[in-house]
Design a protein around this ligand. Structure first.
Ligand code: URA
Length: 248
């Protein structure tokens, strides 16, 4: 018999979601232990002893770990269920029996690279701020920002009373009255890119995530996905090293 452990830890190990997300799942009443809904966080369970379900699905022995890169279309929410009934990103996946969940979020109106996995540990390491995983976005912004404004995005600007961490910014081209700008950040504050451009007076018109680290979309069409291999996963963390070398 295995040792007892906390319910949220069991769920994270089983690949349901990150530990923090599992806590949310528990407190929202989606978890049952032997048929009883559990919302208390300290609940101890013994793997293999109780029947544990999330949304009615039995969570058992470790699933095969799968890693998927989706080119999320606009209009889809990055959750696995939506009380408002909007389209959810997992509905774009076909014939995947593992229960995968998105790594982080993209706004409803943002498209682009979205990782989905049942590997809770990987999710934690991508999302944990100390790992500084870089995400690159292409933003169409209103007007043409001055070089000095773009520099201020690079060095850090005040967004909601907190200075943003250093970013990389590249002016790509003009598009009629707007500009296409590439920005790479490692923080994951809510609507961060939009808030950063808003702060320099050039609101985002359209936003697309191009890459996690050096793992890019390539020619993946909008709404399509591909399975990732170990080498692909390593690319997620490699931009950090490049960035550190560049600035050291
Ligand atoms: N920053 C934003 O503003 N929106 C996203 O969807 C992702 C990053």
């Amino acid at each position: 018999m295995e040792k007892p452990l906390r319910l949220q830890k069991f769920l994270a190990h089983a690949g349901v979601a990150s530990r923090r997300k599992c806590e949310e799942i528990i407190s929202s009443g989606r978890v049952q232990v032997d048929g009883k809904t559990i919302t208390a966080m300290g609940t101890q369970i013994t793997p293999g002893k109780e029947r544990i379900t999330v949304d009615g699905k039995v969570i058992g022995a470790k699933e095969k770990l799968v890693y998927i890169l989706l080119n999320k279309p606009k209009g889809y929410v990055t959750t696995v269920s939506d009380p408002q009934g909007r389209p959810i990103v997992t509905s774009l996946l076909q014939n995947i029996k593992e229960r995968v969940f998105p790594v982080g979020r993209l706004d409803l109106d943002t498209e682009g690279a979205l990782l989905l996995t049942n590997d809770g540990e990987l999710t934690q390491s991508i999302l944990h701020p100390s790992n500084e995983v870089f995400k690159t976005y292409e933003a169409e912004v209103k007007g043409t920002p001055k070089a000095s404004a773009l520099r201020s995005l690079e060095t850090g600007i005040m967004v909601e009373n907190k200075k943003t961490a250093p970013a990389k910014v590249r002016f790509k081209r003009k598009k009629r009255q707007n500009s296409i700008i590439e920005i790479t950040i490692h923080e994951g504050r809510k609507r961060q890119v939009k808030k950063m451009f808003q702060a320099i007076g050039h609101p985002v018109i359209s936003l697309k995530r191009l890459a996690y680290g050096k793992l890019g979309l390539g020619n993946l069409a909008v709404g399509k996905y591909r399975f990732l291999k170990k080498n692909d996963i390593n690319l997620i963390f490699s931009n950090k090293i490049l960035y550190k070398q560049k600035n050291s």
